[in-house]
Design a protein around this ligand. Structure first.
Ligand code: 3HC
Ligand code: NAI
Length: 706
């Protein structure tokens, strides 16, 4: 028994029962120290004649968050987790897992290898390995189907979603209702077991009835997840591993699981998804504040403008139970905005996502106002009025006067200079950008924009507030378009230019869709409305006027009233209210006319060229952003792209994608297009100095800190 009370695993004997307790904060990941500790403590209990049963549980609020993901890249798997599980399963004294909190991945696999499992009804368990691009590699794919049935196991393993313990029938021998009573009831159960001769129930001895898992079950399952699993490598391997559980005896099944696990683990997708796991968490670690920085209380929020964004933003706060005052200049606009919110909630209720009471409770948190005095007691105000500097300045001037001292004044601007907005108030230190993405009640991303004078506690409070409203916040600096929209600009530009050069919009879209984006840039442009980009271009002539070909096809379409899906025609046609894009030869004709006017030669493009020309300049802009310090680390950019733009998580985000394929490759391709595309290439394909530097040094974006 470990005498070291701070060891990763300790034992406490309770009569003839040994309690083996993991205590490795924050989540009891099954690190080397925990695996060694488990082996030592279990062996000690097995060798102790006074011990008749062994409990595995935890001193932390979680049972275990699974294998230690940070060890994966180092490849130190000794002693292997399956060895720990073999020791448990083959033990000749009963081993009982008492799940005092959530058990995920390897954590749940430890429990599945025990002879008995006990938990409380509301506890959460899951095998989320698929989200890391791998599969449960410590017997989970073989043991869970044996205990919980093949259909339930397939669902849990392939979707990776946590399940309430009470819904995982068969996996538990005792489920108590009250978490507080768990240990006492467990010990009663175990003492009873011992009294009755304590049978050792090994999961590996359970055989699966093949009739319970016919081939159609797997075929239907594959079909059911085809859309969400598009492009992903590991879900299919997860299914194959569960098939092996049905078709093979335990030992052979474990071997097959091991092979499939290694196939996944060595894939670029596993690296990408594991990178993303840490990227998402690292986004919350910022240098601008520390533990000693205070946090302001956000008990009431004001929102100015009840339009598309204001309404969505307000819903986030109402969903979190925070009262909101919505301010518009005119009562009609206010009524309209509130009616849209009510309709959204009622639609959710129709789909069964909310109860009628939820709808009313949330609406009751939304108060309307047309007078700025209503904002005198809010702790945070978010402005979402028209994207015009004069209007924003007027609003912020007013906010400086009416809001109480210490209130945070935020803008949802997507393009305007936050520092200029801040200068229009008497308290620029309280001003911050909170850039939500549309639809704001749905999209998880929040770019938190720090101005030159934004106070550290305002940043810290905003990052914390994002968690309260269930957003993933990334801190960025001030520049045109911030990180996300600034990087999307070259992507859209190249898509347009490729059409001018003769690539059809559907060809471009297919390449990008096959790369893994939810849709191609042309479909996206039509959905967002081509007029949006058009107006931005009008206000940014100084940036693009040196390129006469800049977005000329899109400009022509807008000028002809073809602004996209909302009017039934844009780059594509949408017939009779359908949302399905239909290619239009007329657009090719427009592209041809414009190309002729500009003397641009039309030609065929390979898929590789299309992909590289859309994605590499976006990455190049990311390099520029890093070098300028607008984003603090490349993983922050990845989080923005996965959550804000649907960049495939199995590529880890654009910067991880570049790191994976090699920065030298991206650099050389940028040079190639710069040299091959004539004047146009010189204008837009100059590699960013940081890309050049890192490529030459054989480094990665992930290594770079300004
Ligand atoms: N390995 C290493 N570190 C982990 C970890 C793990 N399995 N799980 C969490 N962490 C770290 C996080 O990176 C974070 O570190 P930070 O504070 O330095 O940023 C810290 O623990 C706290 O994590 P969260 O902020 O996510 O804490 P929450 O309380 O919000 O969530 C959790 C806890 C639900 C356990 C969540 O962390 C989680 O989902 N973890 C991953 C679960 C998982 O995927 N398990 C499978 C691992 S792979 C495996 O088991 C393979 C096996 O089959 C062989
Ligand atoms: P919108 O036109 O739908 O809504 C703006 C609302 O503000 C209108 O209801 C208008 O009546 C109101 N308003 C205008 N001036 C006002 C004033 N002085 N006081 C009070 N209310 C006033 O516009 P949308 O799309 O909601 O955009 C708002 C802001 O959000 C803009 O800054 C925009 O750039 C930004 N944004 C928009 C995104 C989008 O996809 N629509 C995405 C991210 C940011």
């Amino acid at each position: 028994m470990s005498a070291d009370k701070s060891a990763a695993v300790i034992s406490q004997n309770q009569g003839n029962v040994a309690l083996v307790l993991m205590q490795s904060p924050p989540v009891n990941a099954l690190s080397k120290a925990v695996r060694i500790g488990l082996i030592e403590e279990i062996k000690a209990a097995l060798n102790d004649d006074s011990i008749q049963a062994i409990v595995i549980s935890s001193q932390q609020p979680l049972f275990s968050g699974g294998a230690d993901i940070s060890e994966f890249s180092g490849g130190d798997f000794e002693p292997p987790l399956p060895d720990v599980l073999d020791l448990i399963e083959n033990a000749d004294k009963p081993v009982i897992a008492v799940l005092n909190g959530p058990a995920f991945g390897g954590g749940l696999e430890v429990a599945l290898a025990c002879h008995y499992r006990i938990t409380f009804a509301a506890n959460k368990v899951g095998l989320p390995e698929v989200n890391l691009g791998i599969l449960p590699g410590a017997g989970g794919t073989q043991r869970l189907p044996r205990l919980a049935g093949v259909a339930k196991a397939l669902d849990m393993i392939v979707t990776g979603k946590p399940a309430k313990a009470s819904t995982v029938k068969g996996a538990f021998d005792l489920i108590v209702e009250q978490p507080e009573a768990l240990m006492e009831e467990s010990l009663n159960f175990i003492n009873e077991l011992i009294k009755n001769g304590a049978a050792i129930k090994r999961t590996k001895d359970i055989s699966i009835d093949p009739a319970s898992a016919p081939a159609e079950l797997f075929a239907q399952f594959r079909q059911g997840i085809a859309k969400q699993a598009r492009g992903f490598f590991s879900p299919e391997r997860c299914i194959q591993a569960v098939e092996a559980a049905v078709e093979l005896p335990m030992e052979a099944g474990l071997k097959r699981e091991g092979e499939l696990f290694m196939e996944c683990m060595q894939s670029p997708q596993a690296r990408a998804q594991q990178h993303f796991f840490f990227a998402e968490r690292a986004a919350g670690h910022v240098d601008d504040f520390d533990k000693s920085t205070p946090v302001r209380d956000i008990k009431k929020v004001g929102i100015i403008g009840a339009g598309t964004m204001g309404g969505g933003i307000a819903m986030n706060f109402a969903n979190a139970g925070i009262p909101v005052v919505m301010l518009e200049l005119k009562q009609e606009a206010l009524d309209k905005g509130l009616a849209v919110i009510r309709r959204n909630y009622e639609n959710s209720a129709k789909k069964g996502k909310l109860s009628a009471d939820d709808v009313e409770n949330r609406m009751a948190l939304l108060m309307g106002a047309t007078d700025y005095d209503a904002l005198s007691d809010v702790d945070l105000v978010i402005e979402a009025v028209f994207e015009k500097m004069e209007v924003k300045k007027q609003v912020f001037g007013k906010l400086g006067e009416v809001c109480k001292p210490g209130a945070i004044l935020a803008s949802n601007t997507s393009t305007l200079d936050l520092d200029e907005i801040a200068a229009s108030t008497s308290r620029p230190q309280d001003v911050i950008g909170l850039h939500f993405f549309s639809p704001a009640n749905v999209m998880k991303l929040l770019e938190v924009v720090k101005g030159e004078k934004t106070a550290a506690d305002v940043i810290k409070t905003s990052m914390k507030m994002a968690k309260t409203i269930r957003k993933v916040a990334v801190l960025v600096g001030v520049c045109f378009g911030f990180v996300g929209n600034r990087m999307i600009e070259p992507y859209g530009r190249e898509s347009n230019r490729l059409t001018l050069e003769g690539a059809s919009p559907e060809q471009v879209d297919k390449v990008i869709y096959d790369f893994g984006m939810p849709m191609g840039p042309n479909t996206m442009g039509d959905m967002a409305g081509l007029d949006i980009g058009y107006f931005v271009r009008q206000s940014r002539q100084e940036f693009i006027s040196h390129d006469p070909s800049y977005a000329v096809v899109a400009d022509r379409l807008v000028e002809e009233g073809r602004v996209g899906l909302k009017v039934g025609k844009g780059i594509y046609l949408y017939e009779d209210g359908s949302r399905v894009p239909v290619p239009d030869p007329q657009v090719l004709e427009i592209a041809k006319q414009e190309a002729d006017k500009l003397g641009v030669e039309q030609r065929a493009h390979s898929e590789q060229e299309i992909l590289e020309r859309c994605i590499f300049p976006l990455i190049n802009e990311g390099a520029q952003i890093l070098e300028e310090g607008i984003a603090a680390k490349s993983s922050d950019i990845d989080v923005i792209y996965v959550y804000g733009y649907g960049f495939p998580v199995y590529r880890g985000g654009p910067m991880q994608y570049a790191d994976e394929i090699g920065l030298d490759k991206v650099y050389q391709a940028m040079c190639k297009y710069r040299d091959e595309l004539g004047e146009y290439g010189k204008m837009w394909f100059e590699p960013a100095p940081l890309l050049k530097q890192l490529a030459e040094q054989g480094k990665r974006f992930a290594d770079y800190r300004k």
